[in-house]
Design a protein around this ligand. Structure first.
Ligand SMILES: *[C@@H]1O[C@H](CO)[C@@H](O)[C@H](O)[C@H]1NC(C)=O
Ligand SMILES: *[C@@H]1O[C@H](CO)[C@@H](O)[C@H](O)[C@H]1NC(C)=O
Ligand SMILES: *[C@@H]1O[C@H](CO)[C@@H](O)[C@H](O)[C@H]1NC(C)=O
Ligand SMILES: *[C@@H]1O[C@H](CO)[C@@H](O)[C@H](O)[C@H]1NC(C)=O
Ligand SMILES: *[C@@H]1O[C@H](CO)[C@@H](O)[C@H](O)[C@H]1NC(C)=O
Ligand SMILES: CC(=O)N[C@H]1CO[C@H](CO)[C@@H](O)[C@@H]1O
Length: 455
């Protein structure tokens, strides 16, 4: 029990700096021959309260369908155009004039992504990237759109030379000074932000023996200590993002905001694609949304809530090449049925029975119908891990179980865990998954009576 107090102390310092939640958007990819029309897709976005969308081009039909929807849009200049854009300011001006200006402001375009994962492009476009961004920015300035529309580019995690532990994060040596530094300076000068595509699935799939699924899926877990920083990580996504933060920090760009421009988990894969299944996809996406929309969505290095996350992807895309997983990242089938149950707004469902691993709230917003309590048969050791998770990463309000506070007595791990689990459960929307804690908790429909504590 001695360790418990120390742990709580550290955790409270994290909780006290949290602010309101981040943004959830989705990537609307269209590498498929069976998708609904752009107008139907926009209806689907609206029906699901999805407020931000990113597309992989500047398709006019899509931008027209989004007009007047209120949805905030990131458009993309495809990689094939980077060389021309970098070498010809007049081409850049034309591209913006033709592909962006006509749609704004009716279509709320707010970022132009210049290229996508450019450092992985087989044709080596590296030297064109920053000049293309600069020319696109100049075009926006000419059209007086630069205040409303930012320029950025999504970088892939392989931009990092080193990412483990996060505090050792650095950019690839061939990119750090020549590309990343001028890019970060450009982003800073223009008040923009860095876009990062991050897939814990790839790391898990490749190292399933070393990385726990709990850690990859935001489940309660014992955490991974970064001995370089002394910070403990409870999710692989946090560790990946903080590695980028540390890499920027090494170049003296500590302050640069990040948007997670792609992340997701496939609902199906080939036999050798470990972890690609519907259950894991539902948990990854559901837990991530809960987390981003709650007030605990910062990373250990940046505890202020700064997680803007664009889920990949809206639809399964049947014409993507590569392993089966590539065609199965969608949250929706082309017929608009959900691949798994997921909600994009907290507190907006009236049906909690259909939930498995997502963030569905209880019916009619009645916050006092069900409670989450610890299962004593799980044993103290497992309960303690889950308790630390709930009060730390989970963001449960654990003040009442501090020494001297109302729910400190009875001073047992089981009682404290029940309090913390319930706090987490109530706070994160009462989705069935949010009362699991690695199988150490269950939902009850009678208010628990433990000591003098009020739940
Ligand atoms: C890509 O091009 C740059 C110069 O344009 C060069 O320095 C770099 O070595 C090239 N990278 C690869 C992988 O060929
Ligand atoms: C709530 O339930 C009713 C049927 O009971 C259904 O028609 C309605 O669409 C549901 N609303 C939401 C937001 O799920
Ligand atoms: C809730 O969801 C379940 C499973 O999807 C479904 O069978 C049931 O009809 C839904 N109930 C309401 C009231 O919508
Ligand atoms: C939800 O979870 C329960 C218990 O784990 C399982 O029996 C059920 O089949 C799941 N439902 C769906 C739709 O995945
Ligand atoms: C909410 O739950 C409380 C306690 O179970 C109950 O008394 C009340 O009637 C519920 N309210 C609604 C609107 O269902
Ligand atoms: C925040 C938000 O847009 N909420 C809306 C989500 O969708 C429901 C209908 O399904 C609306 O009633 C909410 O206003």
């Amino acid at each position: 029990m001695g360790g418990l107090g120390v742990c709580f102390f550290l955790l409270f310092s994290l909780l006290s700096v949290s602010s309101e939640g981040g943004i959830i958007g989705v990537n609307y990819g269209r590498v498929a021959d069976n998708l609904p029309s752009p107008a139907s897709a926009v209806q689907l976005l609206k029906a699901n309260n999805i407020t931000h969308v990113k597309i992989f081009d500047a398709n006019s039909a899509v931008l027209e369908a989004l007009a007047g929807s209120g949805i905030i849009v990131t458009v993309m200049m495809p990689n094939e155009l980077l060389q021309t854009t970098a070498t010809s300011p007049s081409y850049a001006a034309w591209w913006v004039w033709f592909n962006v200006a006509p749609y704004y402001p009716l279509t709320k375009i707010h970022t132009i992504a210049v290229g996508n994962e450019v450092f992985s492009d087989p044709t080596n476009l590296t030297s064109y990237l920053v000049p293309a961004m600069i020319n696109v920015q100049a075009a926006l300035v000419q059209l007086n759109l630069d205040k409303a529309i930012k320029v950025s580019t999504p970088v892939e995690l392989s931009t990092l030379q080193s990412s483990y532990p996060p505090s050792a994060g650095t950019f690839r040596t061939d990119l750090a000074e020549t590309v990343m530094m001028p890019m970060l300076q450009f982003l800073r000068n223009t008040g923009s932000y860095l876009m990062v595509n991050a897939y814990p699935f790839f790391a898990y799939e490749a190292n399933a023996n070393d990385i726990s699924l709990d850690y990859a899926l935001f489940r309660p877990n014992a955490g991974v200590l970064d001995s370089g920083s002394g910070l403990t990580y409870y999710s692989l996504l946090d560790a990946q993002i903080d590695a980028v933060v540390y890499a920027m920090s090494a170049l003296n760009y500590d302050d640069m905001p990040i948007s997670i421009s792609e992340t997701g988990w496939p609902s199906e894969g080939d036999a050798n694609e470990i972890g690609a299944n519907v259950k894991n996809a539902a948990e990854y996406v559901g837990n991530l949304i809960s987390r981003v929309l709650s007030d605990t969505c910062g990373t250990p290095k940046r505890p202020h809530c700064n997680m803007d996350v664009y889920l990949f992807a809206l639809f399964n895309e049947n014409q993507k090449p590569g392993p089966t997983s590539e065609r199965n990242y969608g949250m929706f089938y082309p017929n608009e049925q959900k691949v798994y149950d997921v909600n994009f707004v907290l507190g907006n469902s009236n049906n909690s029975t259909s939930n498995n691993g997502s963030n569905v709230r209880s019916s009619n917003g009645n916050s006092s119908e069900t409670w989450c309590v610890a299962d004593p048969s799980a044993g103290e050791e497992k309960l303690l891990v889950a308790l630390n998770f709930a009060c730390g990463e989970g963001g449960a309000d654990c003040t009442a179980i501090q020494p001297g506070a109302a729910c400190y007595e009875p001073n047992t791990i089981e009682a404290h865990a029940s309090y913390a689990f319930n706090s987490y459960y109530q706070k994160s929307g009462k989705g069935s998954w949010t009362c699991n804690f690695g199988g150490t908790a269950y939902v009850v429909s009678q208010a628990p009576k433990i000591g003098k504590c009020t739940y």
